[in-house]
Design a protein around this ligand. Structure first.
Ligand SMILES: C[S@@+](CC[C@H](N)C(=O)[O-])C[C@H]1O[C@@H](n2cnc3c(N)ncnc32)[C@H](O)[C@@H]1O
Length: 174
């Protein structure tokens, strides 16, 4: 059975020479670790101290030292990231095995997307993994991304024969 998070990583691996990558939702750090192994420098955002600590341990255990973890809302990305970004990944929702009430919200997700788009390099890639349990957020993200200008290629990638499967929206700057 296909794993959407693995597919998200495969899409990112199609991109060569990733200088700056951003994990917009660090969580338990699996995406951060993946990015760290494939980019020169990684920034990672999460609003929960627990997520930052879990991920820092994962990075330490793997002797990774090219990641800056930031405990803040990803809406504030431009306060921390001054370089152009090659890849950004979102894995929306709540911290696995954590508090399900602390989760991404459509307004801050869209605001952060606007900021990432401003600092995205040409040929840069944004991958968003969405889950079916937050319909409001899916609708908002879908409406916003589907209406981006033709400066971007926006794709929806989903498993058609498994309705509850997470799916991907990918945005590439042309
Ligand atoms: C589904 S988890 C991410 C999974 C993670 N990428 C991994 O590999 O384990 C979503 C995370 O987003 C975080 N989050 C929610 N709202 C946020 C926001 N506005 N800014 C940054 N992180 C946020 C949550 O605290 C949670 O840890």
């Amino acid at each position: 059975m296909i794993k959407i998070t693995e597919l998200a990583h495969k899409l990112i691996l199609e991109k060569k020479d990733i200088s700056i990558a951003v994990d917009m939702t660090v969580g338990r750090g699996m995406d951060t670790l993946f990015l760290a192994k494939n980019a020169n420098k990684v920034y990672g955002f999460d609003i929960q101290q627990q997520a930052i600590e879990i991920t820092q341990k994962l990075l330490d255990d793997n002797q990774i030292n090219n990641v800056e973890l930031i405990k803040d809302n990803h809406e504030n990305i431009k306060e921390y990231v001054t370089e152009k970004v090659d890849v950004a990944i979102y894995n929306l929702g709540y911290l696995p095995q954590g508090d399900k009430d602390i989760k991404t919200e459509s307004s801050s997700t869209i605001n952060s997307l606007k900021s990432v788009l401003e600092i995205l390099n040409f040929d840069g890639l944004i991958i968003i993994v969405l889950y079916s349990h937050n319909l409001e957020e899916i609708t908002e993200v879908f409406n916003y991304t589907a209406n981006l200008s033709s400066d971007y290629d926006v794709l929806e990638i989903k498993v058609l024969n498994r309705t509850t499967s997470p799916f991907i929206i990918s945005i590439k700057k042309r």
